[in-house]
Design a binder for this molecule. Structure first.
Ligand code: DGL
Length: 277
């Protein structure tokens, strides 16, 4: 057994879609969450910048003595080189492989859509992961750069007119391709799950990368005897690099929980995670 926390990170609130699933599956685990809200969006940044930011976050989370790292971010997962993730002192999970595996298992017609950030669509990590499992699958990617700022700005209600309009604008690109499965390849997007589902007339199976990754984490910790031995519910602490208030207003709605007392803004660039005095 291992009572150390699970480290979950993203550029912003998107990784909470993974955190919520981990909490549901593994309620006794402590979780340290990091959202780099001060430097988001990552999806339009260069590969070198994304890797540098991810390494800073990983160092911060390791300083919190995490037992496992979950890059709950499609952009980081699709960018961080294996040479970095494989050489970490604790096990590392990204969201690309779990999402690709689920999509391959679910698709009947082998026509799979992927919506994600520009970076994730350009580097085709989801497409490559899908083709390893199903070489004949057709993969149709669509970058949706406006969705991350939209979610960060709390436009996540099912009847939000701006969110509905922008989602429909992007999904129009996928209509001609007759996909039966769609990977929500950026972890922010499951916060718009109902809108996306409705826009596609409920005719496409949606894959939530956070949920699939949470299942992999559960299996891994169980198989390796690394679950927490605690009997009470685990605690979550949240760190972010911009206003805790803004982060908490989205997080509290999405998690149906007031997380303000557990949230802290930190400066990761200068002090590698030292809390401001
Ligand atoms: N949640 C991140 C992802 O999964 C968003 C990236 C961004 O900040 O653009 O890709």
């Amino acid at each position: 057994m291992d009572n150390r926390p699970i480290g979950v990170f993203d550029s912003g609130v998107g990784g909470l879609t993974a955190l919520r699933e981990i909490k549901a599956l593994l309620p006794h685990e402590d979780i340290v969450y990091f959202g780099d809200t001060g430097r988001l969006p990552y999806g339009s940044k260069s590969r070198d910048t994304i890797i540098r930011f991810a390494q800073q976050i990983i160092r911060f989370l390791l300083s919190k003595d995490v037992k496992i790292l979950v890059a709950a971010c499609g952009t980081i997962s699709s960018t961080l080189p294996a040479a970095v993730s494989e050489n970490l002192p604790v096990p590392y999970f990204g969201v690309v492989e779990p999402a690709a595996q689920a999509a391959c298992a679910l698709s009947q017609n082998e026509r799979i859509g992927v919506i994600a950030t520009k970076t994730s669509i350009r580097n085709n990590a989801y497409g490559r992961a899908i083709h390893t499992i199903r070489p004949k699958a057709r993969v149709f990617g669509c970058a949706c750069p406006l969705l991350v700022p939209l979610v960060e700005d709390n436009h996540i209600a099912g009847d939000d007119p701006i969110a509905r309009m922008i989602v429909s604008y992007y999904l129009e690109n996928l209509r001609p391709h007759d996909i039966d499965t769609l990977i929500l390849g950026c972890t922010h997007y499951p916060m718009l799950y109902d809108i996306i589902n409705e826009t596609l007339d409920y005719s496409v199976t949606l894959v939530d990368p956070g949920r699939e990754t949470a299942r992999c984490v559960q299996t891994f910790l169980t198989m390796h005897g690394m679950l927490s031995a605690r009997e009470e519910r685990g605690k979550c602490s949240y760190y972010m690099t911009d206003s805790a208030e803004d982060f908490c207003s989205v997080a509290s709605i999405f998690l149906s929980d007031d997380i303000r007392k557990d949230a802290r803004q930190i400066d990761i660039t200068e002090s590698e995670g030292k809390e401001p005095s």
